[in-house]
Design a protein around this ligand. Structure first.
Ligand SMILES: Nc1ncnc2c1ncn2[C@@H]1O[C@H](COP(=O)(O)OP(=O)(O)OP(=O)(O)O)[C@@H](O)[C@H]1O
Length: 593
């Protein structure tokens, strides 16, 4: 990434504030002009005082000279203060508003990405969080630096240089000579630092991610007494970050020292040349003060330029990762426009291959058909590809080969929001947000009334238990048991009431009685809908109209419970194994008497 590309990428965000920017730039010019007043006044003062010393002085004359100089300097300081306040106010306004815009844009992009984006190792939660955070911070700093800070500084330096040249070309050349040296040192500094910066960025992302992971898994850490092990893992990252940061700062100190030497050399040279001209009576004594102060106006901004350059180089590194993240069209779902009222809900996979971003092939030439109004089940051993097939049907991932069809048309031709509005999902890991039970259930239909929420909870066999909680529906949902959380997910589904249901182990973490109640509720809403159910529980799949058997990413059988059992093979093994696990003969003897 270079400056031109960065400005082009940032411009859409800066454009909204071009009015404020224009005013800031105007204030800048005024501020830069005002900064030259003090050296000029000083030169005039010294020269005037020297002339006065050559003859007898009247008291009123002294009062007049001193009074007018003080008045000019005070007025200039007051004006400078107002200009600086205006600049700071505007620059903060641009910076913070732009940070908010960038953040909102980033969120809108990220939430629209396909799940495959989040499946990538470099996009794990903690890493993304750090990339967003640092990216926005350094980009907004860059805008401030590029558009607000650098211009006043350069204007100040430029006006001061023009004045020096105007006074004496020789002194001007000496003052200018030191600048390329300064720029050269800064460039070398950036070159050496950029690699360290990249490492620091990567380690910071890994560190944030590791901390996220640690806090998320604190129960496992404690139950396996792995506190020491986790501390050691954090220690490795910490030491690596620390070493890089020290290297980074050490290099900075070295180069800062060199730049400081260059600046001092500049001051000495300007001083020597001016003294020479003064002694040759080609300049007044006031010129010494004028040139030193003007050179300070040249070198001070250049000194700050280094900070800007430094922050800017850092921003270039962060901007790369940040823009890669928010401009990644590969992960935008193909947005079709098809919405139909004549919805049948006939979903199918045709000869689908699917490979996860990490290269794992989860599906091979899979063909599945979910008939509208029918219940389709997928069975298979763990890792067979059942959930992957469901993810493709839900449009979370795109197939690598083959097609996903809805009512005979590619799923990608449909408006993806329309499809997802019509599909209800209960997944193996149902996410419960931080918030109350009511808020979590209402997520299924945001405009639902409290009565609708209660009704959904009732259907999900949750209502009675919620009533026993001291805070009822206002209880923090994450404090509930795994089974209760599962029922929140099911209540969400009931509230959404979609025509297509994709259920992945919907009753996995429920006790037998609740599982039966949920099964009854689900059986009731299954009517006239397209339903796909994935389950290791045979009672959930036996009644399905159509059952697919999957093994190692392939469909190896399809039919009804009876036909598949008759044909033997994996399905029969699964059923027999289920029966043995349940100790069915003993159960039958006990239950049936
Ligand atoms: N996000 C992912 N990234 C990479 N590989 C994945 C991902 N999710 C699943 N897999 C792999 O794809 C294969 C199929 O997984 P899938 O979850 O579809 O199996 P499943 O039949 O649903 O298993 P289970 O019954 O245990 O839920 C597995 O080998 C799994 O490791």
């Amino acid at each position: 990434m270079n400056t031109f590309i960065l400005i082009r990428k940032l411009w859409p965000f800066v454009r909204n504030y071009r009015g404020s920017l224009a005013v800031a730039l105007l204030l800048t010019t005024i501020g830069a002009l005002l900064a030259q007043v003090t050296p000029l006044v000083m030169e005039y003062s010294v020269n005037t005082v020297q002339k006065l010393l050559d003859r007898p002085i009247e008291k009123t004359e002294v009062a007049w000279v001193v009074g007018s100089l003080v008045a000019i300097l005070l007025t200039k300081e007051l004006l400078s203060l107002l200009v600086q306040l205006g600049q700071k106010f505007l620059s903060d306004r641009i910076r913070f508003r732009m940070a908010a815009d960038l953040y909102e844009f980033t969120i809108s992009r990220i939430v629209s990405y396909h799940l495959s984006f989040f499946a990538l190792g470099q996009n794990q939660t903690g890493k993304l969080e750090k990339r967003i955070d640092k990216g926005i911070e350094s980009l907004t700093k860059t805008v401030k630096n590029l558009f607000v800070d650098i211009v006043p500084m350069m204007a100040n330096a430029l006006f001061a240089l023009v004045l020096i040249y105007n006074k004496n070309v020789g002194v001007g050349i000496v003052a200018t000579l030191v600048l390329p040296l300064y720029a050269y040192i800064s460039r070398e500094q950036t070159k050496r630092q950029s690699q360290i910066r990249r490492s620091i960025q990567e380690i910071r992302e890994n560190k944030a991610n590791a901390l996220f992971g640690l806090l998320e898994s604190i129960f496992v850490v404690k139950s396996f007494v792995r506190e020491r092990y986790e501390q050691d893992r954090q220690h490795v990252l910490n030491v690596s970050l620390c070493t890089n940061e020290i290297r980074h700062h050490r290099t900075n100190y070295l180069f800062d020292g060199l730049k400081s030497v260059a600046e001092q050399i500049g001051i000495v040279l300007v001083f020597v040349v001016t003294i020479y001209f003064v002694l040759n009576r080609q300049m007044t004594i006031g010129a010494i003060l004028l040139h030193i102060m003007l050179f300070n106006n040249v070198s001070a901004p250049v000194r700050h330029l280094h900070r800007i350059y430094d922050e800017y180089s850092e921003a270039l590194v962060y901007a790369e990762g940040f823009f890669d993240m928010i401009e990644n069209n590969t992960y935008l779902p193909h947005q079709g426009s098809l919405k139909t009222t004549a919805w049948q809900g006939h979903f199918s996979l045709k000869n689908v291959d699917f490979i996860y971003p990490n290269g794992k092939q989860a599906l091979r030439n899979v063909t599945l058909d979910l008939q509208p109004g029918k219940v389709t089940a997928i069975v298979g051993l763990s890792g067979a590809g059942k959930s992957s097939a469901l993810n493709l049907l839900a449009g979370f991932y795109n197939p690598t080969q083959g097609s996903v069809l809805l009512d005979g048309k590619p799923l990608s031709d449909y408006d993806s929001e329309f499809v997802r509005e019509n599909v209800g999902l209960v997944l193996q890991k149902n996410h419960i947000f931080a918030g109350t039970i009511e808020e979590n259930i209402r997520y299924g239909r945001l405009e639902a009334t409290p009565d609708d929420v209660i009704e959904a909870a009732r259907q999900a066999s949750l209502h009675a238990q919620v009533l026993q909680l001291p805070q009822g529906y206002q209880t923090e949902a994450r404090t509930l048991s795994g089974g209760q959380q599962q029922r929140i997910a099911i209540a969400r589904l009931f509230l959404k009431n979609p025509p297509v249901l994709l259920l992945d182990e919907p009753t996995a973490s429920l006790d037998a009685i609740t599982a039966e109640q949920i099964k009854e509720s689900l059986d009731a809403i299954k009517q006239n809908r397209t339903v796909l159910i994935i389950s290791h529980n045979i009672s959930q799949i036996m009644d399905a109209d159509q059952i697919y058997v999957m093994q190692e990413g392939e469909v190896i059988g399809q039919g009804t419970h009876e036909s598949l059992y008759q044909s033997g093979g994996l399905y029969r093994d699964i059923i027999d194994s289920n029966a043995r696990t349940l100790n069915i003969s003993r159960l039958a003897a006990t239950v049936l008497g």
